[in-house]
Ligand binder design. Sequence first.
Ligand SMILES: [Zn+2]
Length: 307
Amino acid sequence: MKLYCFLPLKRYYLCLNLNEFTQIGISFTLTTNKKKLNMIIDVHTHINNYHEDRVVSLEDCLNNLTDTMLANNVDYSLVLSSYKVNEHRPSTRQVVEAIKGRKNLGVVSGISYLHYDHRDVREISEYLENGFIKGLKFYPGYEPFYPNDIRFKLMYEMAVEYDVPVMFHSGDTYAPNGKVKYSHPLHIDDLAVDYPDLKIVICHVGNPWIKDCMEVVYKNKNVYADISGLVLGNFSDKFERYMKNEIEEMITYAGDPNYLLYGTDWPISNMGSYLKFMNQLELAEEKKELILWKNAAKLFKIDVENL
Ligand SMILES: [Zn+2]
């Protein structure tokens, strides 16, 4: 009788064990896939020091960025250098040097309209050739020029040749001395038409001119938009509802979001609050994945397999 009880119990025990083993096996596979399925790429961060009362080292800024990424499960971020270089805003060269060995970061080089010279052009050309930068960033509004300005012809041709996107500040300026007529997203249309092989990103979805942005994105297959910098700090509930409608409307109008990129503008906007915002969008999971990382991985040629 005891034996009779023992064997089934033992079998049961074994069975349970196998079950656990199988469950561990499945959950491992899911975790492996989960990393790929739930990846997050932030295409728009800065390591400028916006609190200029104290100087923070470049290394501290980068550590702060990667710590914040880790806390929010962000797999990869692009750091956009500024159009200005001073003790609070590192040069592209400094950022390129500083991120060496950090495979979860990439650099997009800020370009100044007013101040670039032949050395900058040579450096950018070298960095593009060596793959040290993943794109170029222009700051109309902060500097007085329209995106189709002839002065940047060479830069756009380099971007086409090396197949990297050009990003444009668009919409409101963080600083009141910006001139927003230059940063209206409608001006991107001229550039998109004149350079059909140039891949263009309208940053901040042109906020508050999101309707104009959605038309430029809809009309031109070479134009993308990132959703960064919509708030200072955290979304309030009211603003989150408002922006949720705006972004959903954009997708309704312009179609499947294979043109939309996740970005925060960290440290100006909060990463956690941004992910909460993304979660609230009423979109199928596969469409969220396009926005959260798939579009960015393809556009910026990010080696997601090796992250
Ligand atoms: Zn920015």
